[in-house]
Ligand binder design. Sequence first.
Ligand code: SAH
Ligand code: SF4
Ligand code: F3S
Length: 442
Amino acid sequence: MTRSAPKTFKVKSFGCQMNVYDGARMAELLEAEGLSAVDQGEDADLVVLNTCHIREKAAEKVYSDIGRLKREDGTSPMIAVAGCVAQAEGAEIPRRAPAVDIVVGPQAYHRLPEMVKAAQTGRAIDTDMPIASKFDALPKRRRQGPTAFLTVQEGCDKFCTYCVVPYTRGAEVSRPWAAVIDEAKALVDAGAKEITLLGQNVNAWEGEDETGRRQGLDGLIRALDRLPGLSRIRYTTSHPNDMKDGLIAAHGEVEKLMPFLHLPVQAGSDRILKAMNRSHTVESYLRLIERVRASRPDIAISGDFIVGFPGETDADFEATLDIVRAVGHAQAFTFKYSPRPGTPAATMADQVAESLMDERLQRLQALINEQQHDFNRATIGRRTMVLIERDGKKPGQRIGKSPWLQSVHVETPAAIGEMIEVEIVSAGPNSVGGALAERRAA
Ligand code: SAH
Ligand code: SF4
Ligand code: F3S
């Protein structure tokens, strides 16, 4: 069968922020080829499913999504499976779902335009991890809302025993200094006020600056701090073992670096951390948090937690609740352990029953929700800058972010992308209310 060249496309991204970034880059690439984006997948000639392989549910979702793309007349749009499921399952995907035309891995998507051409007459599969960087082949950033993602580091060498990322994204690689600075400048020129530096282990970023000096993520952050027009810098996600002194110091010294740190610990029992191959202990994590807080006392700490890792006992789980209390996490993502094919943990003894995982997840979530509410309450009375990101539900209301990544609801005529000063006046579990500071001061 031959197909005509697609004129419209839709990219749907699932999973982490790095996939969101990749999805945006794929869209820019297709636009540069003359295709136009449409809002609804059903209307598109080409649908890119940018998938996540981290847990079984996420990975299986792609197959139901493919099924849903079938039109009433039995035809489908051209379908490309991108992202981490593409990398992990490769040619297996079209065997299971013959409607799939293209399979493209996260390190190969700069080749999407040629693959779209090839898919007009056949099937195209590319899950290479080429040495030459895909970034060099991508078009310059052009359009941007007030907040932007910028991938600076990819891959993971940590091999936590439950995790597929080292297999789907490959080894740790840092993008060069100049490439990052150039892309940040392009994003600011295109309207970004806040940039979030991304990587699976973003704090492992390293490189050489323009004078040839070795730099870590803190050096990059300090350079971005000097970019006129940029107001805020964030970074995610970090590994405790890569949290170096310079980066901790930057939290106390760099004004544009926001007081928020996503630093996953995963569990609160040393026995489980060891089985997870996390290579840090509860004690070393707590000491690290102390040092970060000494540098930046108001910092909000966030994390990821897995419940029901193989062998997790009631006492191990209680220890997870303890570490959440001890750190005072202001927010966190919580997951039920999902055995992933090819990972060491999948074949470990003592897999935990689903019902027990459900119960533990609920208890952990309840604790984190409570702490998030407490954190929000504790910010009442603070005067702070808010970056307006979108309209609220009520007329005249806008929603923005505080430095601590809280959603702030505020009545203001300020436009999206403006930074305004507000006083936090109320707190809910998931957001806070703000009032315009000038008005209160007057
Ligand atoms: N590099 C990041 C995490 C990337 S994956 C880090 O180490 O912090 C995001 C989160 O998904 C992980 O932090 C972990 O909490 C969760 N996760 C990864 N594999 C999982 C699995 N097999 N089952 C359940 N949760 C998992
Ligand atoms: Fe996965 Fe661990 Fe690497 Fe994070 S550090 S991506 S959890 S292997
Ligand atoms: Fe998922 Fe791949 Fe990100 S597995 S979490 S999309 S790195």
